[in-house]
Design a protein around this ligand. Sequence first.
Ligand SMILES: NC(=O)c1ccc[n+]([C@@H]2O[C@H](COP(=O)([O-])OP(=O)(O)OC[C@H]3O[C@@H](n4cnc5c(N)ncnc54)[C@H](O)[C@@H]3O)[C@@H](O)[C@H]2O)c1
Length: 353
Amino acid sequence: MTTCLVTGGAGFIGCALSSVLPEHFDRVVALDNMHPQVHESPERPAALDERVELVVGDVTSAADWDALLADVKPTVVVHLAAETGTAQSLTEATRHALVNVVGTTEMLDALVRHDALPEKVVLTSSRAVYGEGAWAAADGSLTYPGQRSDAMLEAGQWDFPGLTPTPFESSRVTPTPTSVYGSTKLAQENVLTSWCLALNVTPVLYRLQNVYGPGQSLSNPYTGIVSFFAQRAKAGEVIPVYEDGQIIRDFVYIDDVARAIVQGVLHSGANRHAYDIGSGEGTSIMRLAELIAENYGAPAPQVNGMFRNGDVRAASCDISAAEAALDWHPQVMVEEGVRRLCTFIDSVLDSRV
Ligand SMILES: NC(=O)c1ccc[n+]([C@@H]2O[C@H](COP(=O)([O-])OP(=O)(O)OC[C@H]3O[C@@H](n4cnc5c(N)ncnc54)[C@H](O)[C@@H]3O)[C@@H](O)[C@H]2O)c1
């Protein structure tokens, strides 16, 4: 009997995986604490496929792991459970470290304690591990500019003078996280990889860019700029755009992420490097805001010059290694994905009035 255990399996990405994994495993179990910041209600989410068994429990609790693993012997673990608030992690560092790092070590200890080593553990890490990543000088040489200082931002100096950003790629760009969240995700990667390689378990690491699409939480104020913008535009308001509007992100559609993860679950072998998962295209925040405003016939977005400490200026990735290794290609680019997200938001919000 094959079993897939998905921690954080009732969340955005977990629900998207839930209709596919039961086609490949005899049993699929989601362990999730139904975090109130993510879930408006503690009820089982409608989007979680009915073939998935939901066990309500906390990855930081050894007792919850003992209760689960007495019954569940996973063939593959997909480890999604995490605290994900990048800005929030500055003021709630302990909570992020506890769930992301200690939650991972509690899981690994429990798997050993119950003699339940899986064949493979798939981890969804984040582009946040790169921080600002590597920027190129005029002569083509790469440099790591680090974090933008408060003084730079106060002066409206958004970019690093004389440098241009380069796409993240795990074999070329060394992680230099600039948030507590990013640091905990990097620690998760390192802990998991060391453990897996020592115990002959295959680690599969993904560094996801900004995932968006139908099913994402509309109530969590700490994640999801796409849904925040869409809700403003739907209300007929001007979308406020930070800095000069030229912050770059790679928005990757939820179904493309789910397909990439399933490919890793089913087909990938051990790989020293993490897979960078994005759409492969950088999009400015202004472009995103314009797409959303056009979709709703809302007023033109406006740059407001405000900024958030710790936001990275440019985040996009080179997906060619992931495409080759996983036989996977993103299919939904941002124009179409935004349209689908807005349709989802309309269906959720219009049903409430
Ligand atoms: N969505 C993105 O843009 C994005 C980008 C990069 C990386 N990731 C990573 O992907 C993973 C899943 O993200 P998501 O977008 O589905 O987030 P999400 O918040 O929708 O889902 C996370 C799930 O984990 C659960 N959870 C939180 N703390 C828990 C705990 N202590 N014990 C058990 N369950 C707990 C939550 O209830 C939620 O259902 C995370 O590891 C995140 O770091 C997401």
